[in-house]
Design a protein. Structure first.
Length: 165
């Protein structure tokens, strides 16, 4: 029995069906901003807020950092800078397993969309579980957590008005 289980695991690994390991860093980079890489340790040192969301009919509490604050500190347009070409900017949140979502930058601004998006590193007071962390995007107000990217590895600021390279 043990030999069959080992062969099964090996087969899944060879076929690429096993989930890829989550990256242990979070990179924020892209158009017009300073590239920043957070480790689990450097991210945990940032000021956090506790948020509670309902996911799959369960209340979940996260310790998280407001994404808009991280983007502003990297030089992304905000406030009065949110005009003209800044309305072409979007965020691509990428997971280590290849999953990606797109969010308009202006939707994060209180004067426009007011969407609250956080990056969490703790769930119910503990590090995020394997297969979810070490970082997770949490979008408040979504009826389904499809944009709440688990195993978050990178956030890229892109200009959707530029020609593809």
């Amino acid at each position: 029995m043990k030999t069959k289980l080992t062969a099964f695991i090996l087969l899944f690994s060879l076929l690429g069906l096993a989930a890829p390991p989550a990256t242990r860093e979070l990179k924020i980079a892209g158009t017009g901003i300073q590239s920043t890489v957070y480790t689990e340790q450097s991210f945990s040192a940032l000021p956090h807020k506790t948020i509670t969301v309902t996911e799959h009919d369960q209340k979940v509490t996260y310790d998280a950092v407001l994404l808009n604050e991280l983007l502003k500190s990297a030089g992304a347009p905000s406030g009065k800078e949110m005009k003209g070409p800044a309305f072409r900017l979007g965020l691509v949140a990428k997971a280590s397993d290849g999953y990606q979502v797109l969010i308009a930058l202006n939707s994060l601004e209180p004067d426009f969309g007011g969407l609250e998006v956080y990056i969490a590193d703790k769930q119910n007071g503990k590090p995020l579980p394997e297969g979810v962390g070490p970082f997770r995007l949490v979008v408040l107000g979504d009826k389904r957590p499809a944009r709440s990217v688990r195993m978050l590895s990178e956030i890229s600021l892109i200009d959707v008005g530029e020609a593809p390279k």
